[in-house]
Write a protein that binds this ligand. Structure first.
Ligand SMILES: [Zn+2]
Length: 204
């Protein structure tokens, strides 16, 4: 038995995904079982893989809690099955959508990635006590306040006229999450899923 990283109790751990398994499964299905991996940092070249970046991390209860509270709903939003996505200059907004669930979904990916031992998430890091505060809020299904984590969402598009990426190509793109450095030593973390570019900033 090991310790669940979210509720801290002893349990048989599940193979947990930070970026959801359903996203990997769709891409694998559409690409004959292969992922084209573009590492966000380091010297690893672009390569094929069928690894879904999972590690033993959470107990069955916590895994179910994140999936039921945030993931199932948010995936439907990202795939256009719930609400309306509106693009504007500084990102996208969702209309007729439970924004709280979608924000918590992205923060849960960020937190799981930061605490994952998978090498694809090795650049994601949340300093203490912020890391533990987010853990406790996710476990209690509480909204993480904006000063701890603000989520900025944009839609990817390729403006190249010839031989650019199509929207379908962009939906099949995954990048190892990577940090972006701002002035005064502040960092944000960025990742891509379902054709959206997600940036998580801390204003703390
Ligand atoms: Zn747990």
């Amino acid at each position: 038995m090991k310790l669940c990283e979210m509720c801290k109790s002893e349990a048989v751990l599940q193979s947990s995904h930070a970026i959801p398994d359903t996203i990997f499964k769709r891409i694998l299905r559409e690409n004959s079982g292969k992922l084209i991996v573009v590492p966000g940092v380091g010297s690893t070249p672009v390569h094929y893989s069928n690894d879904t970046w999972d590690t033993e991390q959470l107990c069955k209860r916590c895994e179910g809690l994140l999936n039921t509270n945030y993931e199932n709903y948010s995936i439907r939003v990202l795939r256009g099955k719930v609400g309306v996505v509106k693009k504007h200059a500084s990102g996208v907004t969702f209309e007729d959508v439970e924004t709280r669930k979608v924000v918590s979904f992205f923060i849960s990916i960020f937190w799981r990635a930061a605490n994952s031992k998978h090498e694809s998430y090795s650049k994601v890091y949340i300093p203490e006590p912020w890391n533990d505060q987010i853990r406790a809020m996710l476990a209690a299904d509480e909204l993480v306040p904006r000063n701890l984590a603000t989520v900025k969402i944009s839609r990817l598009f390729d403006s190249t006229k010839k031989n650019g990426f199509t929207q379908q190509n962009l939906k099949s793109m995954l990048v190892s999450p990577f940090p972006r450095r701002y002035r005064r030593g502040c960092y944000s973390f960025c990742f891509i899923l379902e054709g959206f570019f997600i940036e998580i900033l801390s204003l703390a």
